[in-house]
Write a protein that binds this ligand. Structure first.
Ligand code: 6PG
Length: 246
């Protein structure tokens, strides 16, 4: 299935569309299955989306009691550290919406990387009664894109085979180059919908390579959900080199 590509005139518009998608998928998933399981990425791009979800009038219409929030990846730093994905999502979103604490599943940044990866996989196993191809089925996963083609904390140099069945990996890399936990391809590609959120001219070359260049050597190129939908929401700067971008 070809990815859906949405190009917005501004980061604010990207945030609005990302928040709309979260709302729509939450309502649909809860109507169909009584629950909405989502995973969010870190970095700077998702932050305006998280703030928009919390600020918009739709926040009052999201069935928060039936939302379960996980992370795509985490840096092994304290929650108060400016690089903490959980810490940033807490201030941008969690502290502003009535999502019960027991329905929020941060990656255990307080553990050693290896134990953290094992523990988060156990947390997911306990929660996800529904698995497919041996992996949990998220309703929506937000992903970012690095200039090097990484996504989540799956870097070009991350040594993991596409057939790996480990749900959570302990890795080191990225900016900041720290120990991290990340969901693995087998989980990301099991999602019902994956949405890349990309902004900034510094990503334009990589967006073009991923969407129009072919190949599957880079992590972001290996995100090909088995049955799910892939959506890209890019601001005009990030999409500026695409053939389709007028
Ligand atoms: C992380 C992110 C990472 C991020 C990209 C883009 O925790 O580092 O999950 O994959 O999405 O590096 O980062 P920016 O949004 O800051 O450009």
């Amino acid at each position: 299935m070809l990815p859906e590509v949405i190009i917005t005139d501004s980061v604010q518009e990207m945030a609005r569309l990302g928040a709309d998608l979260f709302y729509q998928r939450a309502v649909d998933s809860v109507e169909k299955a009584g629950l909405f399981a989502a995973a969010v990425s870190g970095g700077s791009t998702p932050r305006p989306v998280h703030r928009r979800i919390a600020a918009s009038a739709m926040a009052d219409r999201i069935p928060w009691q039936s939302v379960r929030l996980f992370w795509v990846d985490e840096r092994m730093v304290g929650a108060r550290h400016s690089d903490s994905n959980f810490g940033n999502a807490k201030s941008d979103l969690l502290d502003r919406v009535p999502l019960p604490e027991e329905h929020v599943f941060p990656m255990p940044f307080w553990m050693t990387p290896r134990l953290g990866a094992e523990t988060y996989a156990k947390v997911m196993r306990l929660f996800f009664q529904r698995c497919k191809n041996g992996a949990p089925v998220f309703d929506l996963i937000f992903l970012g894109l690095g200039e090097d083609g990484h996504t989540a904390s799956l870097f070009p140099q991350t040594d993991v085979s596409e057939s790996s069945r480990k749900w959570v990996l302990a890795v080191k890399g990225g900016r900041p180059e720290v120990h991290r936990l990340t969901l693995n391809y087998c989980v990301l590609n099991q999602a019902r919908q994956v949405c890349f959120l990309v902004a900034g001219a510094n990503k334009a070359k990589m967006v073009k390579r991923i969407l129009e260049g072919g190949g599957n050597s880079l992590p972001a190129q290996r995100i090909k959900p088995f049955e799910g939908k892939v959506t890209w929401i890019c601001d005009r700067s990030a999409a500026g080199l695409l053939d389709r971008c007028d």
